[in-house]
Write a protein that binds this ligand. Structure first.
Ligand code: SF4
Length: 69
């Protein structure tokens, strides 16, 4: 089981929340967060980061299914 993680750079407001919650998965070095690895093993920290993202910029899917829906 693999999750696909993406950040919409246009929606990211560079809050840094995702890097605080899941620093193994997100980095913030410029004006938008980036995903360190677009395909990951399931990790609840990533869901927490995505759910709390103020820009709703993070998507997490499994076989095309939106895990935040
Ligand atoms: S939590 Fe959302 S808005 Fe904040 S840095 Fe991460 S992707 Fe960007």
């Amino acid at each position: 089981m693999t999750w696909k993680v993406e950040v919409d750079e246009r929606a990211c407001v560079a809050s840094g929340l995702c890097t605080g919650i899941a620093p193994d998965h997100f980095a913030l070095e410029g004006r938008a967060a980036t995903v360190k690895n677009p395909e990951i093993d399931p990790d609840d920290d990533v869901l927490d980061a995505a759910g709390g993202c103020p820009g709703m910029a993070i998507s997490v899917t499994e076989n095309g299914r939106d895990l935040l829906a």
